[in-house]
Design a protein around this ligand. Structure first.
Ligand code: ATP
Length: 592
């Protein structure tokens, strides 16, 4: 119950709906007890005593009772539905909000499928339980208490006799649920692996076809399809086994009731009306017994779902503001960045960066070069405070970034990531993403600087073209240029380009860089690149190897040193005649 206590803040504000819903259900159940008594009255008082003039009044009474019960059931459904949906709505909002603010560190471990299922299936379980499940469990107990006490008042001996099979029925029902539930879970699991296979196959259809792996894919799917079939058959056979047993046990008590009860009526120990009332009351007991397993499972499932939801809500946010965090004002930010002896390791890993220091004065360009996994992305991730630095420090205009409000810091930083993500919206919205109040002129200006305007205008719908998930497929270079325009429109004080031009040709890259020069006047830029051509104009180039700085300096300084920078240069410019002559010159100078 601790889970539901912790979720109280979501359902307690809706307590009026909760109480009305429970009250209506209890009242409807209690009203249901009028039927057996009416039957008893009809048989014993009206039919047996031939007082047929009472029939119309009795009929009207039945209609009133039925209508009133119907109204109560409607109110229960209405309030329960509202309650469940309102609670689910506020939980969904809270979860989504929490997911927005969880740190990069959380997402490094999180699995999309798992998060999606918490936001959908687990929330649905909670919605059902709070809306209806809880009231149903309460109702089961009430039905048992109401039904049994009424039966006891009619005839206690017959009540005890008919109850003989009930423990067996309850036991079988619980066992049935215990078997059928895991079987259902297996069906759901095999369904999800089957749909994942289909989804993956459709997404990766180009790879499948280009490797001519269609038969392999069909085989892979067949295994999953067979699995799904086997699980369904298994579930069906559990139903087939248990249902007749439950049916027999339930009806056995009815047989006992009719046999013994009939005998008692014949011997005059009981009236016929009482027997008929008893017959109708027995279903008040059989129903809850039959559903006992289901109710128990429903409760444990909702509890498990609640735990999964609470796990996200209670998830620790690693990167957050402290009470004295400073709010940056855009106009006061200069962009002077200092990283001082930073050593950083991802959780449970060896450090990815060792003793890294750099001073990037406002408006300077810092280039980062190094092999894959050398720590370049880590440097810029730390800069936007994707992770907290424990050893060493990072400051912006002299203030440690730990003392700056996270969102105000990130508003000053625009990053173009290695992998471009476009939202399923039009190009205009994708470019304007970083800002709310943006004019079409500004969007076009940014697109022109990113050398994206021309190809956008060639699309039939221009800036209105839908891209992303189900939109138009753009080339890697085109996507990158949209992402660059998105970063530029943010008007950042610090621009980070993480291999942002890797997918565009050299000529376009040069043009984009010329555009940067215009916009980046007085702003600080960090460029990560594998091409020397992208970095050579940087004020300082830092070469990383396995998380350590192995070289640093300007382009011409680094070329004059033995080391990875010159090796990379030689590889990339090997075919160019001017490189050969430069190298010959250099070698001559080095020899002298
Ligand atoms: N989110 C993460 N969680 C754990 N380890 C990580 C994470 N990101 C990077 N690493 C590890 O840190 C090291 C440095 O990675 P980083 O991404 O900074 O390298 P990089 O120089 O940018 O490489 P590339 O050029 O391939 O992008 C690698 O060993 C990598 O496996």
């Amino acid at each position: 119950m601790d889970v539901f206590r912790q979720l109280k803040s979501f359902y307690w504000p809706e307590k009026k709906l909760l109480f009305v819903s429970i009250f209506c259900l209890i009242a409807a159940t209690a009203l249901g007890l009028v039927y057996p008594n009416l039957l008893r009255y009809l048989i014993d008082e009206v039919i047996a005593k031939r007082q047929f003039e009472l029939v119309p009044m009795l009929s009207i009474f039945v209609v009133v009772v039925v209508s009133f019960k119907g109204l109560l059931q409607f109110l229960h459904g209405f309030t329960g539905g509202r309650l469940g949906n309102r609670v689910a709505h506020s939980m969904r909002t809270a979860l989504y909000k929490k997911l927005q603010y969880l740190s990069f560190q959380y997402y490094d471990q999180a699995r999309t499928g798992d998060l999606m299922s918490r936001l959908t299936a687990d929330l649905e379980a909670i919605r059902q339980f709070i809306g209806f499940g809880f009231a149903q469990i309460l109702n089961v107990f009430l039905m048992l208490i109401f039904g049994m006490s009424m039966m006891f008042t009619i005839n206690w001996q017959l009540t005890l006799l008919t109850m003989v099979t009930m423990p067996f029925l309850a036991f079988t029902a619980i066992r049935f649920e215990g078997k059928v539930h895991p079987a259902f879970r297996m069906v759901r699991q095999s369904m999800s692996t089957m749909t994942t296979a289909v989804q993956e196959n459709i997404t990766g259809v180009r790879t499948v076809k280009s490797f001519a792996r269609e038969p392999h894919e069909v085989d892979k799917f067949t295994i999953r399809n067979n699995d799904f079939k086997a699980n369904n058959i298994e579930t069906a056979s559990i139903w087939a086994k248990y249902f007749p047993v439950m049916e027999v046990l339930a009806n056995l008590s009815v047989v006992i009731l009719l046999g013994v009860g009939g005998f008692m009526v014949i011997r005059g120990q009981m009236t016929l009306g009482e027997l008929v009332a008893f017959f109708s009351l027995i279903w008040y007991i059989i129903g809850p017994m039959w559903g006992l397993g289901f109710q128990i499972n429903n409760f444990t499932q909702s509890k498990a779902s609640g735990e999964k939801i609470l796990e996200i809500l209670h998830q620790y946010v690693h990167v957050k503001d402290h009470p004295d965090s400073i709010e940056l004002k855009a106009k006061d930010v200069k962009g002077d960045v200092v990283m001082d002896h930073v050593t950083f390791a991802y959780p449970d890993k060896q450090p990815s960066l060792y003793d890294f220091s750099v001073h990037a004065p406002a408006g300077s360009v810092i280039g980062l070069l190094g092999g894959t996994g050398s720590g370049k992305t880590t440097v810029v991730s730390l800069l936007m405070r994707a992770y907290n630095v424990k050893d060493g420090s990072i400051s912006l205009d002299g203030t440690d970034i730990k003392d700056i409000k996270v969102d105000s810091l990130r508003k000053q930083v625009a990053t173009v990531f290695q992998e471009t993500f476009l939202f399923s919206s039009n190009i205009r919205n994708n470019i304007a993403y970083g800002r709310k109040d943006v004019t079409m002129e500004e969007i076009i200006h940014a697109a022109k600087l990113a050398k994206a305007h021309d190809f956008i205008m060639e699309l039939p719908l221009g800036y209105e073209t839908i891209v992303g998930e189900r939109g138009l497929g753009l080339s890697g270079g085109q996507k990158q240029r949209i992402a660059i325009a998105r970063a530029l429109i943010k008007d950042p004080k610090i621009l980070i380009l993480d291999d942002a031009t890797s997918a565009v040709d050299m000529e376009t890259e040069q043009e984009i860089q010329a555009g940067f020069k215009e916009v980046m006047q007085g702003r600080t830029t960090f460029i990560i690149a594998h091409r020397i051509s992208s970095l050579k104009h940087a004020d300082e180039i830092i070469v990383l190897k396995e998380g350590r700085i192995v070289q640093r300096g300007k382009h011409h300084e680094l070329l004059e040193q033995e080391g990875p920078y010159r090796e990379t240069y030689n590889i990339q410019y090997a075919d160019r005649p001017e490189t050969r002559s430069y190298q010959t010159q250099l070698e001559g100078r080095l020899a002298n």
